[in-house]
Design a protein around this ligand. Structure first.
Ligand code: ZN
Length: 489
């Protein structure tokens, strides 16, 4: 066997072990006994050590030097294996250990500070996290831009400057749209009784409609919904609130979008470096297009309105139009995860600009809360009332996730581009959505995005699928048309 085959054989076991590690994390969030937390931390730590050792194994470097790929997909395999190998080797072991230890402790300190509305109680720890992540970024960047080095983990090939250009183009339009929507009378929310069991029945039905294969997946309950796994074992979670069916409905459709992406990857890539989504941004585009462009569309809401009344009886809204307005309600709020389609991206841009300044060394952690509050009031039009609703609301920074936030908004941008191409190529899509059937859309996504896995860089993948380079235009047009009609000025 040649170096290429030896390397792929070795990497296959690494990929399989990484799937096992992912399943441990799934277990921890769903069914693990409460008393198992300390033992699980040790089990996870041992697993991570094995994975790190395999990724940095000197034989991988030798094979990479000698390997000749048989085809273009083989070139992509080498690129992705090299990426993981280089990343693991560039960061000194003692720094990696210090970061892991600090961030697991910092998460608890953040949770306490958030409960106590006390940013000052968290600031020194966050300062340490920023310091170590900057050190790590310097090791990865080798003289290049620090933030770009962190971003590359989540969105290969993207740069902060390029994302900033896209976001800066979107921001004025979104602020104007937000202003207009919040000045109009607020639509009525739905009201009724929505038993958890009946919501879960609906969630299973929705997941199947959006193409989820339960022979290779399962749906469980978790506090924060997520999807996990690749290939033939891709699991999703959801949650229910008995007074609000939308929480369960739209988090299920969202996670289904992530899961069908993983399930739709070419089986030839299973348990290889290409057997997963291309990036966090492309992943988020798949969940968002299902949740928003399809699931919150007027046509799908026609079916969903009748379906909810059949399952739950009276839901307190006058008619189908009022239901559509309730689904797409733009409302005042401080929390990113509860934000509507218009304000969500403003939340992300705020975090992106602040974390970029932190990593660049242009903003001190001590000034972060004030910077957050100023920016929030400028973009949202009302002041933050307390730190738990502001700078302390997200877990990300406490666990060191710098460079992750912008992929959420980039996912929306990609979703806007993909949706435009989808509507062009499937002109009768609404006829299907009216019957609660998004299948022509999921088939199109599988053909143009899913099956390629991580073979192409995100930008190339989206450009090929859409027939044009990704840009903010299609998303802005979609939002302005949709919310302009819902909130005529
Ligand atoms: Zn998501």
């Amino acid at each position: 066997m040649g170096a290429y085959d030896d390397l792929l054989g070795y990497d296959r076991d690494t990929q399989a072990l990484a799937q096992v590690a992912g399943r441990l994390a799934w277990d921890q969030e769903t069914v693990m006994p409460r008393g198992a937390a300390a033992q699980r931390a040790e089990e996870t730590g041992a697993m991570e050590a094995v994975l790190h050792a395999r990724r940095t194994d000197p034989r991988v470097g030798d094979w990479l030097t000698a390997a000749k790929a048989p085809d273009a997909a083989g070139d992509a395999q080498l690129r992705e294996i090299r990426r993981a190998h280089d990343r693991a080797r560039k960061v000194p072991a003692d720094l990696a250990t210090a970061l892991a230890r600090l961030t697991s402790r910092a998460q608890g300190i953040w949770a306490e500070a958030r409960a106590a509305d006390d940013f000052a109680g968290f600031a020194p720890t966050l300062g340490e996290v920023v310091r170590l992540r900057r050190e790590e970024a310097a090791a990865l960047a080798e003289g290049g831009d620090l933030y770009d080095a962190l971003l590359d983990d989540y969105e290969p090939g993207a740069t902060a400057a390029e994302l900033a250009a896209i976001f800066d183009e979107m921001r004025p339009g979104l602020v104007a749209l937000r202003k207009r929507a919040l000045e109009a009378p607020a639509p009525e929310p739905v009201r009724g009784t929505f038993p958890a069991g009946a919501q879960l029945d609906l969630a299973r039905d929705l997941a199947a409609r959006f193409g989820y294969d339960t022979a290779r997946g399962r749906l469980d309950i978790a506090v924060h919904p997520f999807s996990s796994g690749s290939g033939d074992d891709v699991r999703i979670t959801t949650r229910t609130a008995t007074d609000d069916p939308f929480n369960c409905i739209y988090s299920t459709i969202h996670e289904t979008g992530h899961a069908t992406y993983e399930q739709g990857v070419d089986p030839a890539f299973r348990l290889t470096a290409l057997g997963r989504g291309a990036s966090m941004g492309v992943h988020e585009s798949q969940s968002r297009i299902c949740e928003n462009q399809l699931g919150r569309s007027r046509a799908f809401c026609h079916w969903l309105y009748a379906e909810l009344r059949a399952r739950f009886g009276d839901i307190g809204v006058a008619d189908e139009e009022a239901f559509y307005a309730a689904v797409n309600r733009v409302h005042r709020g401080y929390i990113r995860t509860e934000a509507d389609e218009v304000q969500y991206n403003l939340h992300i841009m705020l975090r992106f600009d602040l974390e970029r300044a932190l990593i660049a060394g242009d903003l001190e952690v001590g000034d972060l809360e004030a910077a957050w509050n100023d920016r929030f009031e400028a973009d949202f039009g009302y002041p933050v009332d307390r730190p738990a609703n502001g700078v302390l609301q997200d877990v990300h920074w406490s666990v060191g996730l710098f460079g992750y936030f912008p992929t959420y908004a980039l996912g929306n941008v990609y979703a806007g581009c993909l949706y435009r191409a989808l509507r062009r190529e499937v002109p009768d899509l609404d006829d299907h959505l009216l019957r609660g059937d998004p299948e022509p859309a999921t088939v199109w996504l599988r053909k143009n995005v899913h099956r390629f896995g991580a073979r192409d860089l995100p930008r190339d993948l989206i450009t090929r699928a859409c027939g044009e380079e990704p840009s903010a235009g299609p998303l802005l047009t979609y939002l302005e048309e949709k919310f302009g009609a819902l909130y005529p000025g």
